[in-house]
Design a protein around this ligand. Structure first.
Ligand code: PLP
Length: 377
């Protein structure tokens, strides 16, 4: 099998699997217990927290574990419902993941106002448009760091530099960026950042929300005092142990993984251009994640292409895994101004640290076989 769907999820690294198993076997105590078994579990929790903090350049106490990217995003957005401030306006983009867009709808249902800024045709949001959308009652700006479909990097640093001096906190959904490109919260200047372990060879169902020290963000889940009162509930310690291992690996391998993925992606895109001169690579003119190619093949139905490649053992996607069963044009491409025909012919190839040159050759050969059969004359 050639797996080119790493933006949906990645295979847990053997070191991650070992860390999860070790935790289940040896440190299964409750990290909140005072006895030795609890304290051994607490040490695992704190070591994973330190690894997560190192990966994003945060302080250890600024990391609160969550059940993944969706929960971290929900905590950032829906925390507003529990805040006492007077403002009731949020600025975000039209190209966010549903994990941000849906909580924005929840806010709207509760009487809040949300402005969704559109990107340009290359999938990038202009900082000036974000600033123009601010209102006196804006209390949060939420902009993703890397788009999950196009891989386009958003100018979060510039946006934070313009927005934060006005006293408005900035959240970034960095789920697709953390572990793939260098991410440093201090450099970005954000107050809140979401990450998810399964996007960088960690386990599913675990992630974290970075909350800048001094930024009081209300808790959404209430109950026990876990995570310093930020997120109640006994921690998913095996998952967190795996996340810690994945963070450490990602940090050590960041540069070499980046180089490998960028080289393979260039090989893929050159091959696509040769095979299909009409191919359109979305966001090609923008700075992108090194692993993502989102390509429209004129006259080809993306679902048919995905299924035909699957028969040949190649796993790709029509876009976000969360919406791949819906037959609507992907909202990201629609926001970038693509016609429904172009949007419905788009297939996402997302590479991983283990993708080989041979995998790319196999994929290109399969495309050469399948594309002529699918193209509508
Ligand atoms: N945000 C982005 C940009 C994503 O790509 C995803 C998952 O694909 C999520 C949030 C949700 O993360 P999780 O699957 O950990 O809930």
């Amino acid at each position: 099998m050639v797996y080119l769907d790493h933006n949906a999820t990645t295979r847990p690294d053997p070191e991650v699997t070992a860390a999860v198993a070790r935790c289940l076997d040896a440190t299964w105590g409750n990290p909140s217990s005072l006895h030795a078994g609890g304290q051994a579990a607490r040490a695992v929790l704190q070591s994973a927290r330190a690894a997560a903090a190192r990966l994003v350049g945060a302080q250890t106490q600024e990391i609160a574990f969550a059940s993944g990217g969706t929960e971290a995003d929900n905590q950032a957005l829906l925390g507003l419902l529990f805040a006492d401030g007077a403002g009731r306006h949020v600025v975000t983009t039209a190209i966010e993941h549903q994990a941000v867009l849906r909580p924005c709808q929840v806010l709207e249902a509760a009487g809040w106002h949300v402005t969704r800024v559109a990107p340009d045709a290359r999938g990038r949001v202009d900082p000036a448009t974000v600033v123009a959308a601010l209102r006196p009652d804006t209390v949060l700006v939420s902009i993703m760091l890397a788009n999950n479909e196009t891989g386009v990097l958003q100018p979060v640093r510039e946006i934070a530099a313009a927005v934060r001096p006005r006293g408005i906190p900035v959240h970034t959904d960095a789920v697709q960026a953390v572990g793939r490109i260098p991410v440093a919260v201090g450099d970005l200047g954000v107050d809140l950042l979401s990450a998810s372990a399964h996007k960088f060879h960690g386990p599913k169902g675990v992630g974290f929300l970075y909350v800048r020290k001094g930024c009081e963000w209300p808790a959404v889940l209430s109950g026990g005092h876990q995570e310093n009162g930020r997120r109640a509930g006994t921690e998913n310690l095996p998952g967190i142990a795996g996340l810690g291992a994945a963070c450490e690996l990602a940090r050590l391998r960041l540069d070499s993984d980046h180089r490998t993925m960028a080289a393979r992606r260039a090989q893929l895109e050159e091959g696509l251009a040769r095979l299909c001169p009409g191919v359109r690579i979305h966001g090609a003119g923008s700075e992108r994640l090194p692993n993502t190619t989102y390509a429209s093949f004129p006259g080809v139905d993306a679902v048919a292409l995905t299924m035909n490649l699957d028969v040949l053992g190649i796993c790709v996607s029509t876009g976000s895994a969360c919406t791949s069963w819906q037959r609507a044009a992907p909202h990201v491409l629609t926001a970038m101004g693509c016609s429904p025909e172009v949007a419905l012919s788009a297939v996402r190839f997302s590479l991983g640290r283990d993708t080989t040159a041979n995998d790319i050759e196999t994929t290109l050969k399969a495309l050469a076989d399948v594309l002529p059969r699918l193209a509508i004359p």
